[in-house]
Design a protein around this ligand. Structure first.
Ligand code: BGC
Length: 525
């Protein structure tokens, strides 16, 4: 999943360059994000194409065309099989990420990436050629398996290949490429909407990033960390020299070996993570992805065209509006990349949360005023429709510079080495579970809660913003292994985390000095 990368640390500066191999690594990693984003964006668009609906979901199509007795527009898309089409992918990804974590460890990161790409390619072929709903669901499940493997292995691969000073940035690049994937899918849906087999092209085109991902993974070498872990030290050293573009890599290599040995000593990371001293990290690894999904963002990302159609937009206008929200999502992620290390995580969380809250209340009021509970807007004035799109865009921007990238960055930078991998797995799994849940409950909730759907998510946004305000200490500029100091000084978390011994006054988090001794431990992330 996105975000296995490690935030930049201060301190030790290993020599080495941004080599061609590392650059290609970034491209392949970006493909990993793209295929994930592409699938997030594509399903909502094809669902809003009448020809697709008529072929696979005729009941929904009849409701949409006003040919069936159901008149409440809020309930048009409330169909179990239609929902399964979207959500099955995330459930499959969740299952696959558990298998992938053992494969990644035993056979190397690259093997997992190639398996992921191949499953993904198979899924896009089955979907593009689908003749019935079963083929659609099987295709989505294969795509999900592929994504589970890719998202588990790519971030680990990235953080091990990248020179340490680029890790934080690469972490964010992964989120950026997710947003580019979503935007690409929105655009393709827009152009394909009126073609007879447009939906086939939309679904089948997932093969393009899939093929690039497989070829890239085959061409790339395995990481030095993985080679050391599997006892191939000679090979690992040669590899490190190649990817850093210099001969003298002794210091980094020795540190990698130490880190690998340290991590082997930890027999039971899962038992370890339950210990009291890891309570704050465990809490955040579970609550951050939960809250990220309960911002309600995927109601927009998965179902924007459906939502826009529900509130009275035509087919083309709905798909265009989805392109606009996709663009805002992508550009706002760039804003976050630019300011996250100056503005800090807390500031972005609190600002983004407040912005989303205000917009959710405004959207609920606007839709409620026009639709009431009967779900029949009559004709929707153009100005009114534009105002709703604008409010959704401001909401999306709030997410995209706060909970979007931070939902992956923060959990990746708060765990000590010995439980980092276990912590990442928890983060990824919780994210996938609740991505699945939101995809599953949206249509039924829209039908039952109507415009109150936005109030439902706004309730969670209030809770998460208060939670961050009270419990989340700033982690900006704190070297990873010094995070314990931050918890031990927090008014609440100090109950669980004892102050580390022998810390003199200028060894404060972010002072820069403390990173020097600990960066070496960070290598086996
Ligand atoms: C979330 C996805 C979401 C995407 C939107 C990611 O951080 O995990 O669920 O669809 O952001 O850009």
């Amino acid at each position: 999943m996105a975000g296995g990368g490690i935030a930049p640390s201060k301190g030790k500066a290993y020599p080495g360059n941004m080599t061609c191999k590392v650059f290609v690594t970034c491209i392949v990693a970006a493909m990993g994000g793209l295929i994930f984003g592409y699938d997030i964006g594509i399903s909502g668009g094809v669902i809003s194409m009448p020809l697709f609906l008529k072929k696979f979901f005729p009941d929904v199509w009849r409701k949409e065309q006003g040919l069936s007795p159901s008149t409440n527009q809020y309930c048009t898309y409330n169909s179990e099989t239609l929902t399964l089409f979207t959500s099955s992918l995330y459930f499959a990804a969740l299952l696959a990420s558990f298998v992938a974590s053992s494969v990644t460890r035993a056979c190397g990161r690259r093997v997992s990436m190639v398996i992921g790409g191949t499953l993904f390619l198979a899924g896009s072929a089955v979907n593009g050629l689908a003749q019935n709903v079963l083929m659609l669901i099987i295709g989505r499940v294969l795509l999900g398996f592929g994504i589970g493997f890719a998202n588990q292995s790519v971030p680990v691969y990235l953080s091990e290949m990248a020179p340490y000073r680029y890790r934080g940035a690469l972490n964010m690049v992964f989120q950026l490429s997710i947003t580019i994937g979503i935007l690409g899918a929105n655009l393709l849906n827009y152009f394909m909407a009126n073609l007879k087999y447009g939906w086939r092209i939309s679904l089948g085109c997932a093969a393009v990033p899939g093929i690039i991902f497989i070829v890239g993974s085959l061409l790339l070498p395995d990481t030095p960390n993985s080679l050391i872990e599997r006892g191939k030290r000679e090979e690992a050293k040669i590899m490190l020299q190649k990817i850093r573009g210099i001969r003298d890599v002794d210091e980094e290599f020795d540190d990698l070996v130490i880190a690998s040995e340290e991590s082997k000593k930890v027999q039971h990371p899962w038992a370890n993570i339950m210990k009291e001293k890891n309570r704050p990290q465990l809490t955040f690894a579970m609550l951050i992805p939960f809250f990220q999904q309960f911002t309600g963002i995927n109601v927009i990302m998965f179902y924007a065209p459906v939502l826009f159609k529900t509130i009275g937009f035509g087919s083309t206008a709905s798909l265009m509006s989805a392109v606009i929200t996709g663009l805002v999502n992508c550009l706002s992620t760039l804003v976050s990349i630019a300011i996250v290390d100056r503005f800090g995580r807390r500031g972005l969380f609190l600002e983004g949360g407040s912005q989303m809250l205000i917009m959710q209340l405004a959207i609920a009021a606007a839709i409620g005023a026009k639709f009431g509970v009967s779900g029949n807007p009559g004709s929707l004035p153009k100005g009114y429709a534009l105002a709703v799109v604008a409010m959704i865009c401001v909401y999306v921007a709030g997410f995209a510079w706060s909970w979007g990238p931070l939902g992956w960055l923060v959990p990746s930078e708060i765990f000590p080495l010995e439980v980092r991998s276990a912590g990442q797995s928890i983060n990824v799994s919780v994210n996938m579970i609740f991505t699945f849940v939101v995809a599953q409950i949206f249509p039924v909730m829209l039908c039952k809660l109507k415009f109150g759907l936005f109030l439902f998510f706004s309730f969670f946004v209030v809770i998460m913003t208060i939670f961050i305000y009270k419990f989340f200490p700033e982690t900006k500029g704190v070297p990873i292994e010094e995070m314990a100091i931050v918890w031990s000084r927090h008014p609440y978390w100090r109950k669980f985390v004892p102050a580390p011994d022998n810390i003199d006054d200028d060894r404060k988090p972010g002072s820069g000095r403390i990173g020097i001794e600990i960066v070496k431990k960070e290598q086996d992330c």
